[in-house]
Design a protein around this ligand. Structure first.
Ligand SMILES: *Cc1c(COP(=O)(O)O)cnc(C)c1O
Length: 442
């Protein structure tokens, strides 16, 4: 509706345009038991009337209620399912003010996210860190603060799209940096970077920045070469490494028994900084297992430049995100990976998953235990499969599982509906069993 439209006189001269004509209003009232606030029922009723099918108002209202954001059981086997909010986090807080920017010691204004950044320093060896709303924002802020008006040297093999339209060349352009491409799609050598740095110097340009982007969501295999951060750091210009997933330390000391094999090769913040990156950027809700957030960590002067940049204000997270992030980072600082739901899912043993699956299958008529292959998801570790176990029932009952309360999200393969239990909290096994039984009409 146009902002200044006035309602037709037949609807009552002084009605505001958002008010419903009486018939729509009455229709909305007739489905009040669906339990949505009246203006949302009016939307459903109006859509039903517009479609020439007023009787569909109830179905439309119920569909709107089913779309409400709420907790669901992720039985897809995708650990970081972007459509399901990536890493599951526990977070609850009463209606109280929060010392998000107040130093309770001095009573003065403090630094936002202080504990989170202190923990990030301890966990990654960074001199300092700043937290923003997501990994994409971290890359944008780092480039805007360090490289606006400067050349940024990037390998042609790393000019990637991360997903959701986040394309490195476009982010670079919007940060005000100038892209200097080096190498080829499959091979980039150290000399390619050296030549580019020398060319910028010969032209009397500002010191360039080298951007290294992790190939998070794709693999280039075969006749390939790329230059590790450790070699780039020797070229005398700052290296910004977008590592993506937020693995804090390749040694994963928080996982009992050491890092799982499938983690091998994933870049980690601590090692990337130790190899000489000036800054690393990463996501809070990928392998960090926290809420949606992004981190820029590294040299104190460069982090300070990021924090001072006007974009930092636009990209800063609120107290809820910082609280949830602090909780996850303190668990890492205690070395307690079991307190991070992502690592509980990631390190669950196959035997235990099979036993849980058998217990679920035992109470669901027609269900059987099946081997599964979980994936990390969230645009991380493509091609990596983690052996798992789950429960399968014949036929496609995925839609009725989604209608269960709480909804269960499963996958359908080869004519069966499969619930991979690796991504299900053991406390929710009973929910999966109930939802499957209900879906099968048992
Ligand atoms: C995922 C990813 C991003 C974006 O992080 P979000 O938290 O999803 O915004 C940026 N760079 C790389 C390399 C990534 O893998």
């Amino acid at each position: 509706m146009e902002p200044h439209t006035v309602a037709a006189p037949s609807e009552g001269g002084d009605r505001r345009p958002s008010e419903a004509p009486p018939s729509v209003d009455a229709l909305a009232r007739s489905v009040a038991d669906v339990g949505l606030p009246h203006p949302l029922l009016v939307q459903a009723a109006r859509a039903a009337v517009t479609a020439g099918d007023p009787a569909s108002a109830r179905d439309r209202a119920e569909a709107a209620r089913a779309r409400l954001q709420r907790p669901v059981v992720n039985a897809t086997g995708v650990l970081l399912h972007t459509n399901l909010g990536r890493a599951p986090v526990t977070w609850a807080q009463g209606a109280r003010a929060v010392n998000v920017e107040l130093d309770l010691g001095s009573g003065r204004r403090g630094r936002r996210g202080e504990t989170a950044t202190a923990a990030l320093r301890a966990l990654t060896g960074a001199e300092d860190a700043v937290v923003v709303n997501n990994g994409a924002a971290a890359v944008l802020l780092a480039l805007a603060a360090l490289a606006a008006g400067r050349p940024v040297i990037v390998s042609r093999g790393e000019l990637v799209e991360i997903g959701g339209g986040f394309r490195i060349p476009e982010v670079l352009a919007s940060s005000g940096a100038r892209l200097v491409e080096v190498g080829t799609t499959n091979r980039t050598r150290r000399s390619d970077y050296e030549d580019a740095v020398a060319a910028v110097a010969a032209a009397g340009g500002l010191t360039p920045v080298i951007l290294k982007v992790h190939q998070s969501n794709y693999r280039v295999v075969g006749f390939t070469s790329s230059v590790p951060v450790g070699e780039l750091a020797g070229l005398g210009v700052p290296v910004v490494a977008d590592i993506g997933s937020g693995l804090l330390d390749a040694a994963a000391p928080w996982v009992r028994g050491g890092p799982p094999g499938w983690l091998a090769g994933e870049p980690a913040a601590r090692q990337t900084l130790r190899h000489g990156a000036a800054l690393v950027t990463f996501s809070g809700d990928k392998l960090l297992g926290g809420p949606q957030a992004g981190v820029v960590a590294g040299r104190a002067d460069l982090v300070a430049a990021c924090a001072r940049h006007p974009l930092a204000r636009a990209l800063r997270p609120g107290a809820m995100v910082l609280g949830a992030l602090q909780q996850v980072l303190l668990a890492y600082a205690r070395g307690d990976g079991d307190a991070v739901p992502l690592w509980r899912m990631a390190s669950a043993g196959e035997d235990g998953l099979r036993a849980r699956s058998a217990a679920v299958a035992a109470v669901v008529p027609g269900a059987k235990v099946v081997p599964c292959r979980s994936v990390v998801g969230g645009g991380a570790l493509p091609g990596v499969e983690i052996p798992s176990a789950g429960v399968a029932v014949p036929g496609d009952v995925a839609a009725s599982l989604r209608r269960h309360e709480p909804p269960v999200v499963a996958t359908v393969r080869a004519g069966s509906t499969v619930c991979d239990l690796r991504t299900v909290d053991p406390a929710d096994d009973v929910v999966v069993a109930r939802a499957l039984s209900a879906a099968l009409g048992a």
